[in-house]
Design a protein around this ligand. Structure first.
Ligand code: CA
Length: 231
């Protein structure tokens, strides 16, 4: 299975650790935190493909955070599965009311959880048919989440993957850091502009390993440009 990233937000250590094991076993990439506040910070770094969110958390509750995300322009399409220890119908309705895509009641079987995660990923379009973006010998597969140069896979993070996806679909144009933040990270996530530089640097390092250091160019005083011809 390809690498989808799941952000786990669960304050109970034992459950969180178990979730990490279950998800990693089937090939998911996992980021695990224990509060909505930490999860918010994790989002600033990288968007996951799905959030597994505990209902009852210290500080901001899972339901409250889900509600905020669904109101946020850049986060509202992020699929959320609520984890709840409660089983009452009313609570389930409340859970979906906050914008969650599904809910799983604890205790759950690993099989059921994985099935629900895959179903939500499919519904959200993340697991539907393969979409290839090709530029020279660069091939980006939005379904497999893979990026290859001359059939060799590149080890890029989810953010660098989205950055490349944006560049490859918008070649030969210069984009400022602010524009890239808007397009790749989403406007309402508060991230410093130098975050763009950090990810560009990592991306260049990877591209350089494949002798493609000129694909992403710095345009002094303005920003960055992806030029597929100049490799
Ligand atoms: Ca809890």
């Amino acid at each position: 299975m390809s690498k989808y990233t799941v952000l786990i937000v669960e304050d109970e250590d034992a459950i969180r650790e178990m979730l990490v094991i279950i998800l990693e076993q089937v090939g998911f990439q996992v980021v695990a935190v224990s509060s909505a506040e930490e999860a918010q910070k994790a989002l600033a770094d990288d968007f996951p493909d799905l959030i597994l969110l505990d209902w009852m958390l210290p500080g901001m509750s899972g339901v409250e955070w889900a509600r905020r995300l669904k109101k946020d322009e850049s986060c509202k399409t992020l699929p959320i599965i609520l984890l709840t220890a409660r089983g009452e119908e009313e609570d389930k309705v409340n859970g979906l009311d906050c914008g969650a895509d599904d809910y799983v009641t604890k205790p759950f079987s690993p099989k059921e959880l994985i099935a629900r995660i895959k179903a939500v990923l499919r519904r959200s379009g993340k697991m539907n048919g393969s979409t290839l973006i090709v530029s020279g010998d660069l091939v980006l597969d939005t379904e497999q989440h893979s990026l290859m140069i001359a059939n060799k896979p590149l080890d890029v993070s989810p953010t660098e993957f989205r950055l490349m996806q944006f560049f490859m679909t918008h070649p030969d144009k210069v984009y400022s850091r602010t524009q890239l933040l808007d397009q790749v990270w989403g406007r309402s996530v508060y991230i410093e502009e130098r975050t763009v530089d950090v990810h560009i640097r990592r991306l260049r390092k990877i591209l350089t390993e494949h002798a493609r250091e000129n694909l992403v160019q710095t345009v002094r005083g303005f920003g960055y440009r992806f030029s597929p011809q100049q490799d």
